[in-house]
Ligand binder design. Structure first.
Ligand code: ADP
Ligand code: MG
Length: 263
């Protein structure tokens, strides 16, 4: 296990409780986790187990209730000010009146980068997500998968080492998702990013990750952390190998153990 000082994300006894009219909701309860540099960590679990809350806490969009959370050794607030992460939301959230190029450049524009620098970075990130040639299109002229790639490009544009991705491919069909999973692994290998990735899909989590965090709701908590034994090089066919199926089985068992059938 990586020591917390060299971790990109480190949580110790992390608790986050929302106060609501119906009383407190324990979205995260005593979460202990280290995400090492260059790790690809997936968070998997049923709705309401705190996956989004955890990403939002890392991004300083929610405040912890108690415990410790550091991002690159800093408080989430300091890390946000240093623009330590890119965030990819569940829906692409592109502005329909801006071209793909202008959508990707928006955060760079806000950060005050020169026009030349914006152009350079847009071209570079479009290349990374295989969207060269589409810079002058509008989002609605692109397929769902291409729009999601554009929003990944936007998150990559300011070159943060940490990428937070909340079910980025959840709304896409399986063929497109397979393709994007492969692309994302290649991108991860090429860029050396650290990725925290939320998903509902067991095959997706096992295919992509170096580490799989299984979560369970009420209270939101981590029930298993699985270090993947799969090699770095992963053709899609790896999903039929015994090693892959064994990890998938352990994830499924973890999900089942934490599941309540009350609802
Ligand atoms: P997941 O992403 O795993 O589906 P969330 O992190 O969105 O789970 O939510 C965890 C729990 O916290 C759920 O019970 C959810 O209803 C609750 N929750 C999430 N956001 C808020 C909020 N802003 N206010 C109150 N409760 C919230
Ligand atoms: Mg969520």
């Amino acid at each position: 296990m990586t020591s917390s000082s060299s971790s990109v994300v480190s949580a110790r006894n992390l608790c986050l409780t929302y106060q609501t009219n119906d009383g407190p909701v324990h979205a995260l309860s005593n979460v202990d986790l280290d995400v090492g540099k260059g790790d690809f960590v997936s968070f998997i679990g049923p709705s309401g187990c705190g996956k989004t809350t955890f990403l939002r806490a890392i991004a300083d969009l929610e405040k912890k209730t108690s415990g410790d959370l550091t991002v690159n050794g800093m408080s989430p607030e300091d890390a946000r000010e240093k623009r330590s992460y890119g965030y990819v939301f569940q829906a692409p959230a592109l502005y329909p009146w801006r071209t793909i190029e202008k959508n990707i450049a928006l955060p760079l524009e806000i950060m005050g980068h020169s026009k030349d620098e914006q152009k350079r970075r847009v071209a570079q990130t479009l290349e990374l997500v295989n969207l060269n040639g589409f810079e002058h299109k509008y989002p609605w002229q692109l397929s769902g998968g291409m729009q999601q790639r554009a929003s990944i490009a936007r998150a990559l544009a300011f070159d943060a080492d940490l990428l937070l991705m909340d079910e980025p491919f959840g709304a896409l069909d399986e063929i497109v998702r397979d393709y994007l999973n492969e692309q994302l692994l290649k991108l991860w290998a090429r860029t050396n990013k650290t990725i925290c990735f939320v998903t509902h899909s067991i095959p997706e989590a096992v295919y992509l990750s170096t580490k799989i965090v299984v979560m369970s709701p009420r209270p939101g908590r981590v029930t298993d952390i699985i270090d993947s034994t799969l090699p770095a090089e992963r053709p899609l066919g790896i999903r039929e190998t015994p090693e892959f199926l064994e990890i998938a089985h352990r994830v499924r068992e973890g999900l089942r153990a934490g599941h309540s059938y009350e609802e």
